[in-house]
Design a binder for this molecule. Structure first.
Ligand SMILES: Cc1cc2nc3c(=O)[nH]c(=O)nc-3n(C[C@H](O)[C@H](O)[C@H](O)COP(=O)(O)OP(=O)(O)OC[C@H]3O[C@@H](n4cnc5c(N)ncnc54)[C@H](O)[C@@H]3O)c2cc1C
Length: 465
């Protein structure tokens, strides 16, 4: 007996949506993706890909800035020759994003996946309406993402008061940039624009920048920011932002005012879940408007799944993609592991980068997990010395007794690449002993990972730091 091909309809073509479509295609489904902005979603077109492309340029600028300390000259007759061509920089960023989106569109087309470019909405648990078309499906996935929040008093105007999606349309580099919000996005943009030559003020409502990250890592980054001349305003809640003449003024809760040429708002993301028929279809939203899902991406409605930022589970492209794939494996009858958020590796692309995975030191300090914690400064690593890198460390958390790796934090250039061995160790239940017995390259930054593992062994895994 030949069963009919299951029909899958996906609302939203970001990583949550398009990765799900690719899995559903492998499993033989007939798929329609409805997306209004372009495949790859905000991730590819406005958020992750453009910001990381910007940061690739700003990191190169930082490396070139170290030239003199490495015995190189970067000047012409005493005049520095390093500068930023802002229009070229922004054009490259947008072109690269568009190109990446086209690659994804071609991949989906090659798989025979139907794409409707339009705004869509649910017209019931198994129906999406878009552009006059009605798509009926056995399985529906909602992956509509999220959009940047603004301050209640200070609407973005795309010229001087900006969200992270508008910054690449500027005609120039912001001269004096006030970044409001010191979470991941705020820290990344503050770091990048500081490196490119903007005078940056970072307004943080908390005592330190990156309040939700490893404290040691946040302290390193804040120290680097201040040393490079950034004006970091801690415990300063921004209440309003307004245009004044050719610039902007940010008013803080205590009445102080901060003036600059531009203001970038990085105060969180709101789920794109309104006006698309979710409650009408019976889908439960939480008090902040995120779609409630379980660990296999099921919503409160049978056959209706959700993935990515609209669920608020962990706002990362990798998590969105995994939630989308899991939804399809589950819906289409494959064996599936529920998502394990404790294994998610993430990076903050400041300079240096902060990458982390697994159990955090905060949970150890709160007594929720016992672990032996070892932190090796990067400054003792020979390769770091050669490159002139002095800020950073490798931290390894291991289970007392067994020495199983529980977590890790790397603060270093390209920490996003260096975290992988610790990530593999956690996923595969490896011990510090197994890492310590693994060859690393001499000299290499990854040598600090094996050395940290050796140090945990040296001090014994029984003690609790
Ligand atoms: C500045 C910034 C930098 C980031 N950097 C990183 C990073 O380095 N690494 C990382 O892992 N994550 C990063 N993220 C997070 C990452 O971008 C998101 O987690 C990811 O985009 C979530 O994917 P998604 O599929 O849920 O939604 P999105 O990528 O937002 O895609 C949603 C899609 O749905 C479409 N859509 C929405 N509503 C409708 C509708 N009604 N009808 C039709 N289409 C609709 C939208 O047009 C969009 O194309 C960053 C985020 C920001 C803001």
């Amino acid at each position: 007996m030949t069963l009919p091909r299951p029909r899958v309809a996906i609302l939203g073509g970001g990583p949550g949506g398009y990765e799900a479509a690719l899995v559903a295609s492998q499993l033989g489904a007939e798929i329609t993706v409805v997306d209004e902005d372009g495949l790859g979603g905000a991730c590819v077109l406005t958020d992750c890909v453009p910001s990381k492309t910007l940061i690739e340029s700003s990191s190169t600028m930082t490396s070139l800035g170290r030239a003199a300390s490495l015995g190189l000259q970067l000047a012409d007759g005493g005049n520095p020759v390093l500068g930023v061509d802002a229009p070229a920089l922004y054009t490259r960023i947008k072109a690269l994003a568009a190109d990446q989106s086209n690659d994804i569109a071609e991949h989906l087309a090659a798989e025979g996946i139907r794409v409707i470019q339009a705004r869509g909405r649910l017209a019931g648990p198994h129906t999406i309406e878009a552009d006059g078309a009605t798509v009926q499906a056995d399985v529906v996935l909602v992956a509509t993402g999220a959009s940047p929040r603004a301050l209640p008093d200070g609407a973005p105007d795309g010229e001087r008061i900006l969200t992270c999606r508008q910054i690449y349309d500027l005609p120039e580099l912001p001269e004096e940039l006030i970044v409001v919000g010191s979470g991941v996005t705020g820290a990344e943009f503050a770091s990048a624009f500081q490196a490119l030559g903007s005078q940056v003020t970072l307004v943080s409502s908390r005592e330190r920048v990156l309040p939700h990250e490893d404290k040691d890592a946040a302290v390193v980054i804040e120290g680097v920011f201040r040393r490079r001349g950034m004006n970091v305003l801690g415990k300063s809640r921004a209440e309003a932002v307004r245009r004044k003449g050719d610039g902007v003024v940010v008013t803080l809760a205590d009445g102080r005012e901060v003036a600059g040429s531009h203001c970038l708002l990085t105060v969180g993301m709101a789920p794109a879940t309104t006006g698309i028929g979710l409650p009408e279809a019976g889908v439960h939203l939480d008090s902040r408007g995120f779609i409630e899902v379980d660990r296999v991406s099921r919503t409160s409605v049978p056959g209706l799944y959700a993935a990515g930022d609209c669920t608020g589970v962990l706002m990362l492209a990798s998590v969105a993609a995994m939630q989308g794939r899991i939804a399809m494996w589950h819906a289409l009858g494959e064996a599936v592991h529920p998502i394990r958020l404790s294994h998610v590796a993430s990076t903050i692309f400041t300079d240096p980068e902060i990458a982390s995975v697994g159990v955090s030191q905060a949970t150890v300090d709160r007594g929720e997990v016992s672990a032996r914690v070892v932190k090796l400064p990067l400054a003792t690593n020979p390769r770091a010395k050669m490159g002139g890198f002095r800020d950073g460390f490798v931290k390894v958390l291991a289970r007392p007794g067994t020495g199983l790796v529980l977590g890790g934090v790397v603060v270093a250039p390209r920490a996003s690449e260096l975290i992988l061995p610790l990530s593999i160790a956690i996923e595969q239940n490896l011990s510090v002993e197994q890492i310590a017995h693994t060859f690393s390259i001499y000299p290499s930054l990854s040598g600090s990972v094996t050395e940290a593992a050796r140090t945990v062994m040296e001090f014994g895994t029984d003690a609790i730091a």
